[in-house]
Ligand binder design. Structure first.
Ligand SMILES: Cc1ncc(COP(=O)(O)O)c(C=O)c1O
Length: 386
């Protein structure tokens, strides 16, 4: 990692357990370099530098349609998919189009910190819904909706990361997904399903998505090349019913800029069509599964008995719950002083105080040795607070 993308307060030697980034050694592969060369010397090279079609580069849309239908038994057509400039672009656009300033948007507590930032930028009122080991709690969601209705507020969106959740690593059960869909259909809110970790399932496949279970009704699902190819590409996709995809294609920013990153999208299409992406995903699953196992073993060795943590079945993160005597900001500060960057829980909550006894540990871009040392140092810091 170069010094221009280190977490605040870190130095070149700091062990980074705070970034949900892919392992840097997985990024620059021969297959990717071959796809860049092939596109640059192929017939598409000039066209790719022009403004692109608003919905996205059609060969990439076609590839995604085929993959989604084959792997998840969906009936998606190209009209159901839009290429976006990373998941973040879609989160921002959907918040603007479906929640709107002054509206109310529901999120998991905790949720992905940068999405909270996007929603706050848009002055959207946020409402956090508690989770447990099985993900968002449907009864708590139902209660919140009733409470909001009682004060004359009708939430328009639930933003959720149901699969290999950031920050907790938890996965929402299929039964709960069905229950939440019933609530969405009964109360007329949209589910924005941020599904960027789906392909990184370590053991059994991830549960069916909200989009799949709903047959596309009232669900907008976001995918990304950031976690399984490279975040610097700034490329992802959005799946929804035809009308909603058209709504996004016709929004002002898309009309103004054309489709997302056409040059990059042409290279990614070339790469995907060669079969390289799916082979790469298989490799990544093995790499991150081993990292998860190392992190879990290191925590078991080094944490005091009153610290607990999640056991993710995919993705990049695990989530620690600390005893009352250990405050996450203190642990974070002391860990950084000792050369370990870790995320404190507060930033992941609508009400920051709710995370004052939590830490997020990202195992995705740390070596096994760094995970071992990081867990040892954080464990010592917590023990010394008793
Ligand atoms: C849940 C979630 N959504 C979106 C993103 C960002 O994705 P992208 O790089 O595609 O914008 C991340 C990255 O950490 C994430 O964890």
């Amino acid at each position: 990692m170069t010094t221009d993308n280190l977490p605040q307060g870190a130095t070149a030697g700091t062990i980074i357990l705070s970034f949900g980034h892919p392992d840097p050694s997985t990024l620059l592969t021969p297959e990717w370099q071959a796809a860049v060369q092939s596109m640059m010397h192929g017939p598409q090279a000039g066209l790719a530098l022009q403004y692109g079609a608003e919905q996205g580069v059609s060969r990439l849309l076609d590839f995604l349609v085929e993959k989604l239908n084959r792997e998840e038994n969906l009936a998606v057509r190209a009209a159901n998919v839009m290429i976006v400039a990373g998941s973040t672009h879609a989160v921002d656009m959907l918040a603007r189009l479906y929640a709107r300033p002054g509206g109310v948007l529901m999120v998991e507590a905790p949720t992905y910190a940068d999405s909270l930032h996007v929603f706050r930028d848009q002055q959207i009122e946020l409402c956090g819904i508690p989770m447990d080991e099985d993900g968002l709690i449907p009864a708590a969601l139902a209660e919140t909706i009733e409470r909001l209705h009682a004060r004359g507020t009708f939430p328009s969106v639930l933003y959720t990361v149901p699969t290999f959740h950031n920050p907790s690593g938890r996965t929402l059960t299929e039964e709960r997904r069905r229950h939440i869909l019933e609530l969405a259909q009964r109360h007329g809110f949209w589910i924005v399903e941020d599904d960027v970790y789906r392909d990184l399932a370590f053991d059994e496949a991830a549960p069916a998505s909200f989009y799949a279970l709903a047959g596309g009704k009232q669900v907008l699902r976001i995918g990304s090349f950031s976690k399984t190819l490279a975040p610097g590409l700034r490329l992802g996709w959005l799946i929804g019913n035809e009308e909603e995809i058209q709504n996004c294609v016709n929004c002002g920013a898309t009309q103004m800029s054309g489709g997302a990153n056409p040059f990059v999208a042409h290279i990614v299409a070339e790469y995907c069509q060669s079969g390289a992406w799916e082979a790469h995903i298989q490799r990544l699953r093995g790499i991150y599964r081993a990292r998860r196992d190392t992190a879990l073993a290191a925590l078991a060795r080094h944490m005091p008995p009153d610290v607990t943590w999640t056991h993710p079945r995919g993705g990049f993160f695990l989530w620690l719950s600390l005893p009352e005597y250990a405050h996450s900001q203190d642990v974070k500060r002391q860990a950084l002083e000792q050369g370990v960057a870790i995320s404190a829980g507060e930033g992941f909550f609508v009400e920051p105080a709710d995370g004052s006894h939590n830490l997020r540990l990202a195992y995705s871009c740390a070596s096994p040795e760094e995970l071992e040392t990081g867990a040892r140092i954080v464990g010592q810091i917590i023990r010394a607070m008793r």
